[in-house]
Design a protein around this ligand. Sequence first.
Ligand code: ACO
Ligand code: ZN
Length: 379
Amino acid sequence: MFFVFLDDKRLDEWVSIERFLKKEEADEYLNENQETSTTATVTTQDLRSKSGSGAAVAGGGKTERTLTRTMRRKFEESHQMGGNRRPFDDPLVEQLELEHEAATKVKNIQKIEIGRYEIDCWYYSPFPDAYATAEKLYICENCLKYMRFPKTLINHQKHCTAETKRHGKLIYKKNNLAVYELDGEIDKLFCQNLCLIAKLFLDHKTLYYDVSPFYFYLLCEIDDEGTHPVGYFSKEKNSPDDYNLACIMTLPPHQRKGYGRFLIQLSYEITKREGKTGSPEKPLSDLGLVSYRSFWTLELLQKLKSSRPASLSITGLVEMTAFKREDIIDTLARINLLTIWRGEPALNYTPKAVDEHLKSFAGKKFTICDPKALKWPQK
Ligand code: ACO
Ligand code: ZN
């Protein structure tokens, strides 16, 4: 088997030799190599899974080293959810970082089954070793526990029902949608499982096992058969950078139904109620960026449309939306509704220009997060 890296990493996959060679050539190759051929595997040891004991196994399990407390802190800092890769001054930490990057390049879990969906995974996720080699994982929709065999899931589900084990506080319910708020400190295992699943579809974020500094907002669809998770976002309880969203993910079968926009809107509704302004944690993925740009653009256009031009300022937009000033400036500059006046950015638009831009959203159906249905905060 070979692991093929493609331009779009989501399409990376394990392929057999037959996919590269003509049939006769492939037969010949397989005959010749039958005795000696081995499956090329990459050890996907995750350093952080061992770091609790202060020891890390790196380099495909060949080297064992003890990390000093400072090295571990540096390593962990760089691997917090959304942590950017930073240069290290310590060569050993740098080497561990490179080894970790190499080990996590290759997608380990190929598929998951959750509810009525079988989903192709996109990226590596640090599931424990015993699960990381499974072709497919079976996930309980209720507690997000992952299993290797369908039978185990069936047995598990007999005792794990939505009625008895639903996690978190119900903070939103309207039509067929519900949102649960989970505290990483309280529902630790559930939130860790959620992160592991989310990482299967997130490339640029690294997973951090300490979920306690985060809240998680789980979006579920409700139907006659029960409550089905479709997406989520996480949020730091205290963000020194005013991030109001750390990670966002919609499960692929539910993407492009407006749930990403719904979750982004929800994150800003919460920020408004906190009396703050906020922005998503950087860097954004390609899909994260299109989703945010689309959301910011439409929200701002609607505010411009409903106000008299002279009555509005960038500061007014910040107050109305809870968006960060720089996100407003960047969004409006992209659609040429901004000018520089006395060295400062200022709004510069006509109702006609706003209508023109709004046309590009005409006919789209949005899944709106109704602020009246949001019961937040809750005691
Ligand atoms: N190609 C082009 N545009 C897209 C695509 C796509 N594949 N997917 C979404 N969009 C656009 C939509 O057209 C929509 O814009 P519009 O309203 O102008 O039509 C906008 O993005 C939002 O679409 P939604 O349906 O509301 O979003 P969705 O439920 O698909 O979720 C999300 C978006 C969460 C980014 C999803 O694509 C996802 O989970 N991706 C994988 C994980 C990821 O990359 N998360 C973001 C990381 S950044 C961070 O966490 C801070
Ligand atoms: Zn369960």
